[in-house]
Design a protein around this ligand. Structure first.
Ligand code: GDP
Ligand code: IMO
Ligand code: MG
Length: 464
């Protein structure tokens, strides 16, 4: 069977940790979208692993697959694999031949476009990994796929077609000089050919290339358990998220079929687990109705001291600082402080509709411990009306005012001991909070995270 893990919010919900918790029964872990913009944390035997391309299960000896829906930077992949090898691990990772390769010019162009957009507050605050430009080339039918790296003549042809276009973009549209304003090797077809052909040779030598759909169907027929590890989250999905402040792929559950080459009935025949952080965190720009305080450079109108539009710092700023520090809310990939806010229920209702969750994992309950009151945005007020789900345009979403519902807080506790004792050992007020979420989304709670480690996760229900 299959289990699909999907972020319900804005990324960084603790997906890697849940993949790990349910990972024992799994044979194959598949990434179906995104690339090295993801940062997934797994704590294994006291050691922390931050993975951006290697699927989270691979640190425990599972087969990891990067599906056709991914965009793969081979340089990052091999760096990550080599770093894991230095730590004594030898993950078995396969790459779909249909996956697209990120090239150095994609990263350069990602930065250039973000710079231009920042003048109009339209920058998404990307991770700068070249994700958007690579998906653009995929849709524009000028991309280079992993299979092309294994066929030098094809690679050469593709580069000779595309590199002059990228050079013209830099020189004629951005009015910059290659080799002067931007790195020359990123736009040198011969150089790129040599580097990427060498990546192809390593992929071939290590027998990593697969026909992803065929590979997975074979494994499923043989009785293997397959887990789809979503990256990012529903509200930064290119179709269902807060466009244009989104990533360029489909983290939502439907993406698991398209991005891996199994049928939607295969994904839908299994379980789809929504991963929820008990509050909100956001790396990037755009509106956020339940935001507490602000982060300069990300919250629209924020000043360097954490205030917005000159308003004095207040109780919300203190709450934000408390949650940010308790939760370690600094980006895994970029180290940027994350924006934080209360749980946004309309966002979660939207995620439940879009993904068809069969179960929920609610993480970071420990982070909110010690607060006297915990609030959630239960609904929005917009033009005098109450909305229970997100409006489809981001501008209208930005006009929404959160209607808060308050819960009595729960105290700090010995979370390891509570996790061992099980769900009933959670503080009563924490259980009331979880039961509210479950009832509103009409979906059972499968797991509760009370700390970063596997031993700090309460498993209520196992999907396998
Ligand atoms: P992902 O991108 O969804 O896999 O999440 P990240 O790894 O980017 O961010 C989640 C962070 O929270 C990591 O540092 C995890 O170790 C940590 N984490 C996950 N679950 C919990 C939890 O229940 N409580 C606490 N305190 N930390 C958690
Ligand atoms: P994981 O898998 C949180 C955000 C970026 C930016 C927008 C577009 O760790 O949950 P991109 O580089 O993808 O073009 O950036 O998406 N973003 C993430 N935010 N977690 C992630 O991944 C993210 N991946 C991208 O901050 O706003
Ligand atoms: Mg992350």
């Amino acid at each position: 069977m299959t289990v699909t893990i999907v972020g319900s919010q804005l990324g960084d919900e603790g997906k890697g940790g849940i993949v790990d918790v349910y990972g024992d029964a799994v044979d194959v872990v598949v990434r179906y979208q995104g690339g090295d913009n993801a940062g997934h944390t797994v704590v294994y035997e006291g050691d922390e692993y931050k993975l951006s391309l290697v699927p989270s299960g691979a640190v425990r000896g599972k087969v990891g697959v990067l599906g056709n829906g991914c965009v793969v930077n081979p340089a990052t992949l091999f760096e990550e694999l080599d770093a894991l090898a230095d730590r004594g691990l030898s993950p078995d990772v396969r790459i779909a031949e249909r996956a697209h390769a990120i090239l150095p010019y994609h990263r350069v162009l990602d930065g250039l476009e973000e710079d231009v957009k920042s003048d109009d507050d339209l920058a998404a605050g990307t991770t700068g990994r070249g994700i958007g430009p690579t998906y653009e080339d995929k849709a524009g039918r000028r991309g280079i796929r992993i299979g092309d790296l294994l066929a030098p003549a094809t690679l050469r042809d593709r580069l000779e077609y595309v590199v002059p276009q990228k050079r013209a973009l830099v020189e004629d549209v951005y009015d910059l000089e290659i080799g002067e304003d931007v790195d020359g090797t990123a736009f040198d077809a011969d150089d790129l050919f040599e580097t990427y052909r060498a990546f192809g040779e390593r992929i071939a030598a290590e027998d990593m290339a697969v026909n992803c759909g065929a590979f997975l169907n074979r494994r499923l027929e043989a009785g293997d358990e397959v887990m789809f590890e979503g990256a990012q989250g529903t509200s930064i999905d290119i179709d269902h998220g807060i466009y244009p402040y989104v990533t360029s792929s489909n983290p939502t559950a439907g993406g698991a079929a398209v991005g891996s080459g199994v049928g939607p009935t295969v994904v839908g025949g299994g379980e789809v687990i929504g991963i929820i952080k008990s509050y909100l965190s956001r790396v990037g720009t755009g509106p956020l109705p339940t935001e507490l305080g602000s982060v300069a450079g990300q919250t629209p109108g924020a000043e360097d001291d954490g205030t917005v539009d000159g308003d004095a710092a207040d109780e919300d700023t203190d709450l934000a600082t408390y949650i940010r520090d308790e939760g370690g809310e600094y980006g895994t990939v970029t180290g940027r402080p994350r924006r934080v806010g209360w749980l946004d229920m309309p966002m979660l209702r939207h995620a439940t509709n879009t993904n068809g969750f069969t179960g929920l994992a609610v993480n970071h309950l420990d982070v909110l411990a010690g607060l006297e009151t915990v609030a959630v945005g239960h609904a929005y007020r917009l033009d005098g009306e109450t909305l229970l789900t997100m409006p489809p345009t981001t501008e209208r979403w930005g006009d929404c005012e959160a209607e808060l519902r308050r819960f009595d807080g729960w105290p700090e506790a010995e979370w390891g001991a509570i996790a061992e004792a099980g769900y009933e050992a959670l503080p009563e007020n924490a259980r009331a909070y979880l039961e509210y979420i479950s009832a509103e989304l009409d979906t059972p709670i499968y797991a509760v995270g009370v700390g970063p480690g596997r031993e700090e996760t309460i498993v209520v229900e196992s999907p396998f």
